[in-house]
Design a protein around this ligand. Structure first.
Ligand SMILES: *[C@@H]1O[C@H](CO)[C@@H](O)[C@H](O)[C@H]1NC(C)=O
Ligand SMILES: *[C@@H]1O[C@H](CO)[C@@H](O)[C@H](O)[C@H]1NC(C)=O
Ligand SMILES: *[C@@H]1O[C@H](CO)[C@@H](O)[C@H](O)[C@H]1NC(C)=O
Length: 267
C-alpha cells in the first residue's frame, strides 16, 4: 500500500516536473486570440483523458516537434492536429497516437539543455485547410537581437478544470541576446548555446505553462520550442526556448535517416 502510494506520488511529481514553468498565469501572457486555424502546423499534445498539456509543431506528416520535457510516455499521449478550441470537437481535428518518442540524447532535465523531442505518429496526418507542415530554419542560422517573433499556444492549465472552451492564443516577443539573458541580472549562467531567449524588457508578454513544446516563429520558420522560464511575463526573465536551428541536422537525421535505414536492404 505504502509503496503504491509512493509510486503514485512519484508519478505526480514526475508530471509536475514535466511542467518546468512556474505556475503563475495559465495562458499565453499579454497576447490575443488567434484567428481560427491560422497556425495550421500547431498541434496539441493531450493526455489519454483528453487534457491538453503541451504544444507541438507538425514538421512531417508522420512527425511532431516538441519539447523533451513534454514526455509523459507514448502510451499516455494523443496528438491532435487541426485544433482551435482545445476542448471542443469542431470537426477539423485529426487524432494520432505516437509510435515512438525520440528524445534528444543530450537532453538534461536539470539544466533544460537540449529540451527537444520528436514524436513519430502511428498514422500520418492529412494535410488540408486546417493542417499543414511547419517550415524549419537551416542548421546554425540565428535570429538577431530585437527581431520580433511570435509564440502561440493553448497554455491550458489543467488545475482550472476542463469545461471552458480554450481558444488558441498568440503573442509577439522580441529576441533577447544570449549575453543579456545569461547575465547575472537574468538567468545568471543557466543559458546554454542550445537556448534562445525572447521577451520584452518591460515584461508582460510571454509563453507560459501549457505552451511548452509549442513554436516560436521568426520569419515564418520555427526557430524556438517553448522550454522554460522563471514565472511568465517577468521583466527580468524572458521566456527561454530551445534553439531549433542547432538541431536541424538531428531533426533531418531522425526523420529521414530511419527511412534510409528502412530502404537499405533494397540497395
Ligand atoms: C545534467 O547537467 C548537470 C549540470 O551540468 C550535470 O551535473 C549532470 O550530470 C547532467 N545530467 C545528465 C543526465 O547529463
Ligand atoms: C541557475 O541554476 C542554478 C542551479 O541549477 C539555480 O540554483 C539558480 O537558481 C538558477 N538561476 C536562475 C536565475 O535561473
Ligand atoms: C552562460 O554563462 C555560463 C557561466 O558563465 C557559461 O558557462 C555559459 O557558456 C554561458 N552560455 C552561453 C551560451 O554563452
Amino acid at each position: 500500500m505504502t509503496s503504491l502510494l509512493m509510486c503514485l506520488c512519484c508519478v505526480l511529481l514526475e508530471l509536475m516536473a514535466v511542467h518546468s514553468r512556474v505556475l503563475m498565469q495559465s495562458r499565453i501572457v499579454g497576447g490575443h486570440t488567434a484567428a481560427p486555424n491560422s497556425i495550421r502546423y500547431l498541434v496539441s499534445l493531450k493526455s489519454t483523458s483528453g487534457q491538453h498539456f503541451c504544444g507541438g509543431s507538425l514538421v512531417h506528416r508522420y512527425w511532431v516537434l516538441t519539447a523533451a520535457h513534454c514526455n509523459i510516455g507514448a502510451e499516455q499521449m494523443m496528438i491532435v492536429a487541426g485544433d482551435y478550441k482545445v476542448n471542443i470537437f469542431e470537426g477539423t481535428e485529426q487524432y494520432a497516437k505516437p509510435r515512438i518518442l525520440v528524445i534528444h540524447p543530450l537532453y538534461n532535465r536539470s539544466t533544460n539543455n537540449a529540451d527537444i523531442m520528436l514524436i513519430k505518429l502511428r498514422a500520418p496526418m492529412v494535410l488540408n485547410k486546417y493542417v499543414s507542415l511547419a517550415p524549419l530554419p537551416r542548421q546554425g542560422t540565428g535570429v538577431a537581437e530585437g527581431h520580433v517573433c511570435r509564440v502561440s499556444g493553448w497554455g491550458y492549465n489543467s488545475l482550472e478544470g476542463g469545461q471552458v472552451p480554450v481558444t488558441l492564443r498568440t503573442v509577439t516577443v522580441p529576441i533577447v541576446s544570449t549575453a543579456r539573458c545569461n547575465s547575472s541580472d537574468s538567468f545568471n549562467g543557466n543559458i546554454t548555446a542550445n537556448m534562445i531567449c525572447a521577451g520584452y524588457s518591460t515584461g508582460g508578454k510571454d509563453a507560459c505553462k501549457g505552451d511548452s513544446g509549442g513554436p516560436l516563429v521568426c520569419d515564418r520558420r520555427i526557430y524556438g520550442v517553448v522550454s522554460w522560464g522563471n514565472g511568465c511575463g517577468d521583466a527580468k526573465f524572458p521566456g527561454v526556448y530551445t534553439a531549433v536551428s542547432r538541431f536541424r541536422r538531428w531533426i533531418d537525421q531522425t526523420i529521414y535517416g530511419s527511412y534510409l535505414r528502412c530502404f537499405k536492404p533494397w540497395r
